[in-house]
Design a protein around this ligand. Structure first.
Ligand code: SAM
Length: 342
């Protein structure tokens, strides 16, 4: 089988290659690419919570930045500050922080970078609606912040475009985005290298508090739970949902919650790659990972940041204690050399 026509409309040639490589080499669909195309709409819709517990957790993700806006501003050594949002989603969580900084007359600007044009469109729409007089302060950049595109929104202190006397930057990585990557330490070091000593990194995450752990921690749960957008990439490949069964579980070695699919039919996807045809084949019983989330406790989060050359300055729980806001500033220690995740 070949991918659907909208697969090639949704992804650039480089992204098609990255998908073929991830499927072939590590049996994974890169989750960040499910935010493009139809996936953005599914993601947007799923922001509407489906049960009271979920509503509380989503509420925390949306309000933590607002509740601690003044303390975040105070961590920046100068005023005004610039907000640099890495993966803004629909920009819902960052609105209250922007409002606070505007009320205090200390917002120098807001820049967002997202891999998905559709998501950036949603973020722009929301911010222009909420702040109709401030449109000129908002900049939106389509790109991958885990690579060189980061410099377009967060020029490094020694690189072009950085003004040493410019505003301190609040660098936001909200909604657990950092912990979705296969190599969060690599991404963290990349962001840290772009930060000056005056910048503040702000994360919101779901952590392991030892209570209310997901029920599938001990045993893989066949059939879910999963979110429809986690399957959006496979939909675009033309892989019918009846050809596999989703599984949700916990990988003890990596410390990650995951969603993967297990094929019940043989499936071969043919990519018309520039360097000749490339096919990826799966047999019944084979799996493809579609979502991962590092699930670790507060001490492990702080250790990870320390290894990345950052010192925790603020660690606040939401009403649901599993949702936290963490703010960290450069520690003066160089990030530890790269260690690959197991
Ligand atoms: C989990 S959502 C979080 C959205 C928002 N920050 C929030 O807290 O609701 C992840 C966002 O990051 C974007 N994203 C993921 N990986 C990215 C990458 N490598 N480069 C740019 N954007 C990325 C996605 O498109 C999506 O908008």
């Amino acid at each position: 089988m070949t991918p659907r026509a909208d697969f090639y409309r949704t992804y650039s040639a480089a992204q098609v290659d990255a998908i073929a490589e991830a499927l072939g080499d590590r049996a994974e669909f890169p989750y960040e690419l499910t935010y493009l195309g139809d996936g953005s709409e599914m993601w947007h819709r799923s922001e509407v919570p489906s049960g009271p517990e979920r509503a509380e957790m989503l509420g925390d993700f949306d309000t933590l930045l607002t509740r601690h806006a003044e303390r975040l501003r105070a961590l920046a050594p100068s005023s005004p500050v610039q907000v640099v949002d890495l993966g803004p989603g629909t920009a819902r969580p960052v609105g209250g922080l922007i409002r606070h900084l505007l009320d205090e007359s200390c917002l120098s600007g807001y820049r967002a970078i997202d891999i998905s044009a559709e998501i950036l469109g949603l973020a722009g729409e929301r911010l222009r609606e909420d702040f109709p007089d401030q449109a000129e302060r908002f900049e939106f950049c389509r790109g991958d912040f885990t690579g060189p595109d980061l410099a377009r929104v967060l020029p490094t202190p020694e690189g072009p475009g950085h003004d040493d006397g410019g505003p301190a930057r609040l660098v936001i990585l909200a909604g657990g985005t950092l912990y979705n990557f296969a190599e969060p330490d690599r991404v963290l070091r990349h962001v840290r290298r772009a930060m000056s000593d005056r910048d503040v990194l702000v994360l919101t995450l779901r952590i392991d508090t030892g209570v209310d752990r997901p029920p599938f921690m001990d045993e893989v749960s066949v059939g879910g739970p999963y979110k429809p957008q986690q399957l959006a990439g496979l939909d675009l490949l033309g892989i019918d949902r009846s050809w596999y069964v989703p599984e949700t579980g916990f990988d003890r070695v990596r410390g990650e919650v995951f969603v993967r699919v297990r094929f019940v039919e043989p499936v071969t996807v043919d990519f018309g790659a520039a360097d000749g045809r490339r096919a990826v084949a799966f047999q019944p019983g084979d799996t493809v990972l579609v979502w991962r989330y590092l699930y670790e406790d507060a001490a492990a989060v702080a250790d990870r940041l320390a290894r990345g050359g950052l010192r925790v300055r603020l660690f606040e729980h939401g009403r649901d204690r599993q949702v936290v806001l963490v703010a960290a500033t450069p520690s003066g220690e160089a990030p530890e050399p790269r260690v690959r995740n197991p």
